[in-house]
Design a protein around this ligand. Structure first.
Ligand code: CO
Length: 171
């Protein structure tokens, strides 16, 4: 089932999501729905609070970044290593449609979390995939990519951001 993607201005995007404790069918269903929602919106990542569920889960689709790419869910993700080397790349967000900006992120990261069965997983990622993991983990802490911009950069996006917020409020 395709879920509604919450837009910039919705307070749930600023909530710190709660840890998942129950690895049941309901969680699997949520992950499947989030995958479907991500695909329908042509996104590469989607976090729980973006679909109105303040739980620490995100889904990612790395097929466009690597030949052996895949779609998967990460539960209770935590970035346990960030390289000192950072790279700048353009980011967008399904919750902030039409807004894109360059964001500096670590080149390499290590992500620890759990899979849908509750088993521990550790994922090493770099470049674009590291970027997606950082962006999605941020979401679960109530952080949006625009928060990483300078005051000046945010100022320049002010009009567009107000547009997204007003459109969402009018729904
Ligand atoms: Co996003």
């Amino acid at each position: 089932m395709v879920l509604e993607v919450r837009k910039y201005g919705d307070p749930i995007l600023r909530e710190k999501a709660k840890a998942v404790a129950l690895f049941d069918n309901k969680l699997a269903r949520l992950a499947a729905d989030m995958m479907e929602t991500m695909a329908a919106a042509a996104g590469v990542g989607l976090a729980g609070n973006q679909v109105g569920v303040p739980l620490r889960i995100f889904v990612a689709d790395t097929t466009s970044f690597e030949i052996s790419g895949k779609k998967f869910a990460v539960i209770n993700p935590e970035i346990v290593f960030r390289s000192e080397e950072e790279i700048v790349g353009e980011e967008g967000c399904l919750s902030i449609p039409g807004v894109y900006a360059d964001v500096k992120r670590p080149k390499k990261i290590k992500l620890a979390g759990q899979n849908l069965k509750g088993e521990k997983v550790e994922l090493e990622a770099e470049e674009m995939i590291a970027r997606v993991f950082c962006h999605e983990t941020d979401h679960l802490n109530g952080v949006l990519f625009i928060d990483h911009l300078s005051t000046l950069e945010r100022e320049m996006l002010k009009g567009k951001l107000a547009e997204v917020r007003n459109k969402a409020a009018a729904l």
